[in-house]
Design a protein around this ligand. Structure first.
Ligand code: SF4
Ligand code: SF4
Length: 329
């Protein structure tokens, strides 16, 4: 792992842009493709949408069949770099990498993507990444390059072989001990500024101890509008549905983001539905985020503390609202 001092971020963007498309997010808080020769300023923090859609497409065809042969529909993206991925979203991508480890469509995009993380120095609204070990500093093994803002430039750390290779040809000075110390101090200060979130810890404990009354899930279910805002924006949600479409010559299978908050998500062909009521669906969602069973499978909780569900839920049953209700029961 090599650390460098970078005076001008535009220099890095131009360098990476010679061989890749460049994506970043801005004050509108969404991702956009930028002209690497005249890059926009980088904005720290959580964009409205996470980076999952770059790899797990919102919808795509997974194969076609012409009556005789199956045709592959694998994506062939050009190399690209995502600049400014927040630490929580980097952890979420590492989670998705595990889920989609054997998925050729996800992997075809993932292998072309260079992840350039940007560490936060102030907490974002509703975020609680330190509580779930996802930030504010980038976690090991989640990025290729990591940026951290300094007073007079950037600390740039190459955290993977691909990241180190991507810097070849760029003239960079090694980072000083002072720069490293300033980074550590800024991250520690940032952690201190997060609001009290003991309700997350206690809520997860109660959920795993089976201490939540069925009634509470039913009450929370009344507030769910099945809009799928939470599952679409949650960076670790990975459920999808498939649908076959036919034309005169071909049948193609499309897959698309699904939501466990939809009535029909688990409905079987027999019409049996294991989560027929909204309370059961809300319960299922939160078990997926905070159950110890998933922690055993993935090495961590399914929540990275980004706070997006709290921001978006029109029924006011995002993560803080639900965990506080669980704690106050
Ligand atoms: S965002 Fe809220 S209302 Fe919409 S599906 Fe999720 S829990 Fe239900
Ligand atoms: S459950 Fe909510 S806070 Fe946790 S990762 Fe998903 S959107 Fe973010």
């Amino acid at each position: 792992m090599m650390a460098y001092f970078l005076t001008d971020l535009a220099e890095l963007t131009r360098h990476l842009g010679r061989t890749r498309q460049i994506w970043q997010h801005d004050a509108r808080q969404d991702w956009f493709q930028t002209d690497a020769t005249t890059p926009s300023p980088l904005v720290a923090g959580r964009p409205a949408r996470s980076a999952k859609g770059f790899f797990f497409a919102e919808q795509e065809h997974v194969f076609e069949f012409d009556g005789r042969y199956f045709r592959e529909t694998l994506p062939r993206p050009k190399p690209f770099a995502l600049i400014g991925v927040s630490s929580c979203d980097l952890v979420a991508l590492a989670y998705q990498d595990q889920f989609f480890a054997d998925d050729p469509h996800y992997q075809a995009r993932r292998q072309q993507g260079l992840l350039v993380g940007l560490e936060c120095t102030t907490p974002c609204t509703h975020g609680f990444c330190p509580t779930v070990d996802a930030g504010p500093g980038a976690r090991a093994g989640t990025a290729d390059l990591v940026l951290h803002p300094l007073d007079d430039g950037w600390l740039l750390t190459a955290t993977s072989t691909q990241g180190e290779d991507s810097l070849r040809g760029l003239s960079l000075a090694a980072a000083s001990e002072c720069a490293q110390q300033l980074r550590d101090k800024q991250l520690a200060d940032c952690e201190q500024q997060f609001p009290d979130d003991h309700h997350i810890v206690e809520g997860a404990r109660r959920l795993n101890a089976g201490e939540i009354a069925e009634d509470l899930w039913q009450h929370l279910g009344i507030q769910c509008l099945s809009c799928s805002g939470c599952t679409s924006l949650c960076p670790t949600c990975s459920c999808y549905g498939v649908q076959d479409q036919s034309s005169e010559q071909t049948i193609s299978r499309r897959r698309f983001w699904d939501s466990c908050l939809y009535d029909g998500f688990q409905r079987e062909a027999s019409q049996h539905n294991p989560s027929a009521d909204a309370g059961a669906r809300v319960q299922r969602f939160w078990y997926h985020k905070f159950s110890d069973d998933f922690r055993q499978d993935f090495g961590r909780y399914g929540c990275v503390g980004c706070g997006r569900c709290e921001v978006t839920c029109p029924g006011v049953i995002g993560v803080h609202s639900v965990m506080k209700r669980i704690c106050h029961e």
